[in-house]
Design a protein around this ligand. Sequence first.
Ligand SMILES: [Zn+2]
Ligand SMILES: [Zn+2]
Length: 344
Amino acid sequence: MYLLSDRSLMGIIAFSVLALGGCYNPSDNTAEQAGLAKGLDLSMFAKGAFTQEPKIVDCETAGGTKTTCYQLITDGAPAGRTPGPFCPRMITDGADVGGTWFSKEGAGDLIDITGEFILKLGEYYGDDKWLVYDTQTHKVRYTATKEACLGAAKPDVEEAYMQNCIECELWYLDDGFSRTFLIPTTPIPAAKTSRVPTAGIALDGTELSGSAPIDAILGAYTIAAFDDCGGHINVHQGYHYHSSVGCTDKSNSDDGHALLVGYASDGYGIYALKNPEGKEAGPLDECRGQTDDIRGYHYHAASPSENMFIGCFHGETVRPEGLPGGHPAGGAPIGAHGDKSTIR
Ligand SMILES: [Zn+2]
Ligand SMILES: [Zn+2]
């Protein structure tokens, strides 16, 4: 995750800014000029995905390569869509009232969080202690306030917030909340594949997250509910996805290939698992990547319940710790999500 404080951001901008040209013109970007499969195509992003015009700035990869990066600044909200719903309110509610969650199989489609799912959590996970509803009123226990969201959305869930369906709202984010993504303008194959907390950025400007700490979440008898698009909100990352179910997918070719979901932090495209005809891509390498003539190297997202998008990074990513400045906006330690220092 490439969260930078305002101060560090200023440092980068001051260091060098290679303007993309007057206004942000999606059809006139360097990715196109550089040819196919040479990094991200800004025109694929949804209108409103960025809060500032994307810039190209100098950056240094974790592998020590000095290069240029797209600097993408967002406000933590998915462009063109209101997140939710997440948790059902009554144990009689149907799938329309609640969102989704990983299946316990760890593969395949997400499952609906219905009232009945909440009612039968003990059965589902084989642990009688689950009780995420009020046995008198039949109301689902969920985090209804910002205070509850903050108390529940962390690794050591406060006692008071155990046995909860967790949901947070965008207005809980700090005023002026922003995320900065630095992605190499031209992907650089890495000497060694690597794992980092943030998989990348979806075409609606929100994060394709690293794996959610499922054991900690379930261990506190909580469900960190996703909406039907496979994402949820916390105050450190804003809205972010844990699953690829098609909400941001766009076609960027007419050869029947799977649709583009977003871009990985190393600049390669992340495509849907299946093509429009339902056929799964393959064969894939350990990072879930493959190469073809049209796209060059690119990834295909894992199935929705696998708790990941890609297996590793084929290319170099930018190291946040190499940058000046203090801790990132929002107060989360760098890498907060993937290293389990923050639940959800
Ligand atoms: Zn492919
Ligand atoms: Zn999360």
